[in-house]
Design a protein around this ligand. Structure first.
Ligand SMILES: Cc1cc2nc3c(=O)[nH]c(=O)nc-3n(C[C@H](O)[C@H](O)[C@H](O)COP(=O)(O)OP(=O)(O)OC[C@H]3O[C@@H](n4cnc5c(N)ncnc54)[C@H](O)[C@@H]3O)c2cc1C
Length: 236
């Protein structure tokens, strides 16, 4: 468990094929409702992508347990060694090779942070080669819901161009880092003075947060193609 209601799952393909992907992409897990109707849910790939993944390599996802959720029941009932049917990778919520921006604003709530975990090696390369800056604004209710928080803090400590700004809506940690904020991520956008000339933003997770940040960033002058979005909604 990564948090009280979030599980970290590690899979390997059982058909001996590789499952490489571009950081930011997701897989779809296929299953059936109790009445036999087929359905699926999407999960972003969380594996830190520092090399092309070959056969037998770990495919990681973070699953948020939603009360009464169909996929939640599937994952909660999965024993170690269990299998799921999945397809993918899919999606275009990825860093673009042609981007010439000076800064990435990465914004997430909950499991929406997993694409950014996968992107860390790419971001490290971009910081080294293009001198870009990165700000990760990550919204959680409480310290125990800050998924992969220690990893992001350690990365920020190594990379002065990477700022990790956890935003807690309900409860602060006992000894908060100076970059810690109290409130919702969208309340702190102004502090980073987003600008159309310098910034590209990524928004991932809760649909209300994504909409609120999208409007705010447009208000700051970011063109729509510079605001990339992944809303975590159920695909029923
Ligand atoms: C591209 C994409 C990537 C995604 N990546 C991830 C990921 O990495 N990790 C992850 O956990 N989820 C992710 N999601 C969301 C995920 O696909 C499921 O929608 C979510 O896990 C709920 O599925 P469920 O079957 O358990 O609940 P459902 O049976 O779909 O929903 C049960 C009830 O809970 C409500 N509900 C659904 N989701 C939430 C929520 N997040 N919070 C509160 N209430 C909710 C529904 O409206 C419904 O009333 C992603 C979605 C998309 C579209």
């Amino acid at each position: 468990m990564l948090a009280p209601t979030v599980g970290h799952y590690t899979f390997v393909r059982d058909d001996g094929q590789p499952l490489d992907y571009i950081p930011g992409q997701f897989i779809q897990v296929h299953f059936q409702y109790a009445d036999g109707t087929a359905t699926k849910r999407s999960y972003s790939l969380a594996t830190i992508h520092d090399h092309a993944l070959g056969p037998g390599e770990a495919v990681e996802i973070a699953v948020s347990y939603v009360p009464g959720g169909a996929a939640t029941a599937l994952f909660e009932g999965l024993d170690e060694g269990g299998t799921v049917d999945a397809s993918g990778p899919f999606g275009r919520f990825c860093l673009m090779p042609g981007d010439a921006n000076r800064r990435y604003l990465l914004i997430a709530t909950g499991t929406g942070v997993t694409p950014y975990r996968a992107m860390l090696p790419q971001l490290e390369t971009l910081i080294r080669e293009r001198g870009i800056e990165v700000v990760l604004l990550f919204g959680a209710r409480t310290p125990d819901e800050l998924l992969y928080g220690d990893e992001f803090r350690a990365f920020a400590d190594r990379q002065p161009n990477f700022r990790f700004v956890p935003c807690y809506s309900r409860e602060l940690p006992a000894d908060p880092h100076p970059d810690t904020r109290r409130g919702y991520v969208q309340q702190f956008l102004d502090e980073f003075a987003p600008q159309g000339e310098t910034d590209i933003a990524y928004l991932c997770g809760n649909p209300n947060m994504v909409d609120a940040c999208f409007e705010a960033l447009k208000g700051h002058g970011l063109p729509v193609p510079a605001i990339r979005r992944e809303k975590y909604v159920s695909s029923k």
